[in-house]
Design a protein around this ligand. Sequence first.
Ligand SMILES: [Zn+2]
Length: 418
Amino acid sequence: MKILIKNGYCLSEKEGVFDILIDGKTIQRIEKNIVENADETIDAKESIVLPFFCNAHTHLAMSLFRGMADDLSLMDWLNNHIFPNEAKYVNKDMVYTCSKLSMLEMIRSGTGCFMDMYFFEEEVAKAALEIGIKGIIGEGILDFPTPGAKSADEAISKTLSLKKEFANENIKVSFAPHSTYTLSVESLMKIANVKEDAIVQTHAGETKKEVEIVLKDKGKRPIEVLNDAGLIDSKTYLAHCVETSAKDMEIIKSKNSNVINVPQSNLKLASGVAPIYEMMMKNINIFVGTDGAASNNNQDIIEELRTMSLIQKVTSDNEKALNAKETFDIATNTPFENSGILKEGFDADIAIIKLDSFESVPIFNPYSYIAYAANSRDVATVIIGGKIILKDREFVNIDEEKVKCEVKNLAKKLGALF
Ligand SMILES: [Zn+2]
């Protein structure tokens, strides 16, 4: 199928008004005035055409717990609210249905790919394949029984079978050790021994308390524990890194590893602010994620990128950090190859923002508009791997009301009002 996007203001290698011709899953041409018999033509006049956003840290199925336990510290929230409710309510159906809701919510804000860590990740993969979103899935590995596996060993072997069953160009299967406070060094080393070239995603340095627990228990900080276990390299994605020492940064930098900033969740759980501008200045690769809807409480990446930029201005020692373009670059950074930039030969992974809102008048700089003025309602169209998933603010072939209704019915069992 050929799609022609006409007259959009493209944020790509070439910035300005161009046409984009998509053939199959690939961007074939980015030029002015392309004349081609396409199957579908999108009028992008008065629109910004950009690479879609990547939500690099989430727990999609936690949409069920949105707003159920707020205004708590991380450990109280986890131990007294999240873990007990997960034991009770998380099952295959719940993960499938609630992940779908989050996927639609993400697409609505221009997100076309995600990195998820939860339980029953085969259901996340199924939902993602059905909806057409790209994703990196990871079965949560913990030393205690989870809804998805009885032990760390079982979660590790489950990850290996997920890889066999689901890994394709749109779904990547990662190892997802939960953290250094929920796993022993032995379990971490087991993962390092079997992971080969797979992506590893984990929580690290989320709070001061976590670092204290790990220091007491293992004699080292979380990043050092992971590094000594053989789990820090260029395929490792470290979510949070709020508590990051100079030595931690040195390890991350020397191993060419990746940091995922999760600003709103860190603020809401009073965890702190990750020094990501400092890390960026050290050339550490940065991504942004929302975290699950139980700690955020939404999957809106445009809100998230704004928060990321604003808090760096008051917490880093540079009041100009992160500028609008740097913010945009982080929010469109993706672990998928041939994505994250509008470029001939790259995947057609595209969002189109329609400039018909009050906040889009006037625009002097498109990056400034996205970083400081836009909101998810401005996103009109999302194309993932050459497929139109959202068009003119409507989902194509997806019954969004049905998904909302299914999650509402589940939430009623937990006492939700609506
Ligand atoms: Zn998380």
